[in-house]
Write a protein that binds this ligand. Sequence first.
Ligand code: UD1
Ligand code: CA
Length: 434
Amino acid sequence: MDKNKISIVILAAGKGSRMKSQKAKVLHTICGKPMLYHIIKESKEISNDITVVIAHQKELVLEQMSSYFDDINFVVQDAENFPGTGGAMKNIAPKNEKVLVLNGDMPLITSDSLKGFLDKDDDIIMSIFDLQNPDGYGRVIIKNGHVQKIVEQKDASSNELRVSTVNAGVYAFSKNIIEKYIPLLSNKNAQKEYYLTDVIAMAKADGLNIFPLLVDEEQFKGVNSKKDLSDAEEIMQAKIKTAWMHAGVIMQLPSTSYIEEGVIFEGECIVENGCRITGKTLLINSHIKAGSVIEDSTIINSDIGPLAHIRPASYLQDSHVGNFVEIKKSTLKGVKAGHLSYIGDAEIDEGTNIGAGVITCNYDGIKKYKTIIGKNVFIGSDSQLVAPVTVEDDVMIAAGTTVTSGTVEKGSLAISRIKIAFIKDFYYKFFAKS
Ligand code: UD1
Ligand code: CA
């Protein structure tokens, strides 16, 4: 694929008022990444010249996209004077002869699905699909097999509204068509916007060739509402999980788990039902049991859950983490933490057992402190480690002990308990039973 043959323009300046959100539409996330991220990522597979048109919340869009990509051109639309998808195409100067224009609200597009636009020589290639319910889309008017025009829903007659062939919103133009027709667009329509779609009728009137490319509805789905957003997310989720299963991951009831783009599995992993795995998580030869949540962490040769929560910046190796254990920003190597614990800002070494209900008290209300635990330590149930604290190797901490700041020396026992009292027949006196 010659990436220097084609330029891509992504329209991402609109408000997206149908989303009913403060946030710019293209920044809404799907599988953990903004919609616009997905479309830029796929575009980069086929082009070296990508321009994104921004306006609404432009600083935020720019900032977020710059955190992922460093080779994208941004052009600001004069949305006040030239609103609409046609307005967005003003001041665009693509480098290459062929220009692919994509709506920024189509996060399911893949580079493969765009290749169909590249191998034809028509003046304009536009994307169409047929919908049972074409609501919201521009209708494509075709006569005797030839595209005549695109009519936006708000401008359509009742006959036109019945047309089920719609404009999917991706076009390939030759550069001179953009240069010629964009300046000629007018805003004489229901929305008083400059419609990119009007280029079709103008080109047709001049006898140019317009090829309607039938595209896959699932991949070219536009996201205009939060319902569309969740539909699109479900489609992408299914794709991500299918790909991991093909790569060798066992998933039980995959439809009940959520796995973000960016998560990586290696070796043989099992994901039981109802798991959520997000961010830059790496899982190697591990078993994630039902109902567990893992965020931005590395898990190697370990089993997690059921119902465990591994929060960001955790590194777990050769470890067992059981139910109701929460771990945050901690490193566990060869550790067992079977039940009901909070482990935060800790480093725990091989052979150590964390009893049920153990808590690292890492926060004093102002600052966070670290807990360092050595090898082969046995921490009895319901103990608290008030950080900063260091527990050296081969230590035993008796159940119910509160270890306050300092060091527990190698080989020792730490125990803090009130001596137990046994009061004979207390129960019978208290409840006045004889
Ligand atoms: C558009 C098409 C419609 C098509 C549909 C497919 C037009 C006029 N209509 O309608 O025929 O069926 O997509 O999904 O093009 N944008 C800007 N600047 C603006 C307005 C929009 O950059 O001033 C961007 C948006 O951010 C969005 C894209 O263009 O990413 C499409 O805009 P949107 O308002 O969603 O267009 P639709 O009404 O869906
Ligand atoms: Ca749209």
